[in-house]
Write a protein that binds this ligand. Sequence first.
Ligand SMILES: [Zn+2]
Length: 287
Amino acid sequence: MKKVLGALAGLALCAAASTASAQVKGVYWATSGTFGPFPITGLIPTVPKEKQRDVTIPVSMWIIDSPKGLIVFDTGNNIAITGGNCKNYWAAGNCDFLKPNQTKETTIDGWLKKVGYTTDQVKVVVTSHSHLDHIGNIEMFPKAIHVIQKKELYQGWFPEKFQGRTSPGSFVMADIDNAREFNYLELNGDYDLFGDGSVTILSTPGHTLGHQSLKVKLAGGKTLVLSQDAIWMQENLDGYPAGLNYSVMDYTNSVNRLKFIRDLEGADIMMAHDQDQWAKGGDRWYR
Ligand SMILES: [Zn+2]
């Protein structure tokens, strides 16, 4: 009997150990500088007059410390726009509207250094979509495994014309032109990144053709949904659709999908460009 109990205890320990390893140690919320200030209606034209305001928004990037490897989720604005050089790299219209204020410290390699890593230590780069403020620095990670939806790869290389194929568009060819031979895990939908449920890619199209979000299970017990541009900010959660969409129907389905994960799994939704959520909870580890 003792032996059986011992074996059972051993099994329980094994189960506890495997549960612990199926969670990430920490998620750090970084930002590629800020955009703004500009009227919220520049992004979300449907916000009614009484709720309109000027916003200065973060450009969210995430550093995920997992026992199975370091992950970066989105690489922000290209380093070339740092320090007032925007118009040498982006279309003037984007610089004038977005007013990026990225510094050396707020590029993705600057944030990695701040929290104790180099770009070469990053095992996996997940890219939500191929807009200029999300895929900007993938070329800093030639050794990583790059995880992106197959459709989004196509979109990055040849976006729909209305989504900005040419200047002043939001897809910048120079962000990706030297990344053709990178090691891409090309997805068609959801994916359990490490096979243990700790980090799940969620397909959330609409903002772009192949947008994806991440669900992360923290060792502390919390589940985070890192929406990136599936949900820009609180006003989108409140039912006002974003003004830049490949498909409004897919966008709406994706917002609802993430809301159901919030409500059914008790997850916190972390948004890409919400100034209030960043002010309260940005620039820190979640564990
Ligand atoms: Zn975007």
